[in-house]
Design a protein around this ligand. Structure first.
Ligand SMILES: Cc1cc2nc3c(=O)[nH]c(=O)nc-3n(C[C@H](O)[C@H](O)[C@H](O)COP(=O)(O)OP(=O)(O)OC[C@H]3O[C@@H](n4cnc5c(N)ncnc54)[C@H](O)[C@@H]3O)c2cc1C
Length: 291
């Protein structure tokens, strides 16, 4: 099917993009990698009157560490994370995600920020952003605001970005030497969305107890879900196998997946548990610790 008619506008600066978005309000949509928006338009699930293409905005194409954060610009492709060696060395959780989102073609076109803005319940970057405690920088008519990821992900396909606003940058706190993460995903075939997946990040204190924990699950509700109960159980404790198993069980309790061709509710809930446990074990193993 062809999309309904729309006006196509190329923005060459953040100000230009914002001006078009503010002129057209809810009638306008941002075009980043187009890997979700264009199919939605072709199925006529999305019918924007105006598309604002931000790809020509040079200032959005960046990946850098600054001020204790990894800063990911609005047009940075997934593949940039996959093929930047220092990301693999310092951001194990993000590096894992960058290898399993969709397929290589989609990863060379799709953007990390676009994926988080799309907020697909089965999206991989959103649960990683939760586990890593990301924030999103949003620009609008009243200036800029930095939104914690828990507030940014409002509901399925809905975020804190309002009409006339633009997400410009995802910020991830830089992990210290005693922090590691892991992304575990099962899919029916390479390139598929997750049947179930889990994002984990663990920070250890000097004495070997868990200083901070990030645990989130994918395709288990209307958005990626933070398993706050598991995080609370882990914090301040020695990471024994019993504790990891108990924390992982919280994921199955919280998960509220839909039955579909990928599996039943019971199967997906149990996979949430299994994948959180694997993620916790792999994070510890990357820290040189076994549970
Ligand atoms: C075959 C296929 C398989 C896929 N498999 C997976 C998968 O396994 N896991 C996964 O996570 N994803 C998967 N995807 C989705 C893919 O990762 C998309 O690229 C991603 O979800 C959206 O990123 P994008 O840059 O293409 O955004 P677009 O499609 O351009 O935009 C998506 C939405 O976000 C909005 N948006 C984008 N950027 C901004 C911004 N800066 N500010 C405000 N709003 C913005 C758009 O207006 C639109 O509503 C798949 C896609 C395809 C086509």
């Amino acid at each position: 099917m062809f999309p309904v008619n729309f006006e196509y506008r190329r923005a060459h600066s953040a100000q230009e993009a914002l001006a078009v978005l503010q002129e057209h309000g809810g009638e306008a949509r941002v075009l980043a990698g187009g890997q979700s928006l264009i199919p939605a338009m072709r199925y006529r699930l999305a019918r924007p009157a105006v598309l604002v293409d931000i790809n020509p905005v040079r200032e959005f194409d960046f990946l850098r560490e600054e001020g204790g954060q990894l800063r990911i610009g609005a047009t940075l492709r997934d593949a940039a994370l996959e093929f930047t060696p220092w990301v693999g060395e310092r951001y194990s959780l993000l590096a894992d995600v960058s290898r399993v989102v969709a397929d290589p073609v989609v990863r060379h076109l799709g953007t990390v920020v676009g994926s988080v803005c799309h907020n697909d319940p089965a999206g991989d970057w959103t649960s990683a952003a939760l586990a890593a405690r990301a924030t999103m920088l949003v620009h609008g008519a009243d200036g800029e605001r930095e939104v914690p990821i828990d507030e940014f992900l409002v509901d399925a396909y809905t975020t804190a970005v309002q009409d006339g606003e633009l997400a410009v940058e995802l910020r991830i706190p830089t992990p210290d030497a005693r922090t590691q993460g892991s992304y575990q995903k099962i899919e029916r075939k390479v390139g598929d969305y997750a049947t179930a997946a889990a994002a984990v990040q663990l920070s250890l204190a000097e004495d070997g107890t868990v200083r901070e924990a990030g645990v989130a699950i994918t395709a288990a509700g209307s958005t990626a879900l933070r398993v706050a109960q598991a995080e609370a159980m882990l914090r301040g404790q020695r990471p024994t196998l019993d504790l990891l198993q108990a924390a992982a069980a919280e994921a199955a309790t919280l998960a509220s997946p839909m039955a579909d061709a990928r599996g039943s509710v019971a199967y997906k809930k149990d996979m949430a548990r299994v994948l959180v446990l694997r993620g916790l074990k792999q994070s510890l193993s990357r820290l040189g610790v076994s549970a």
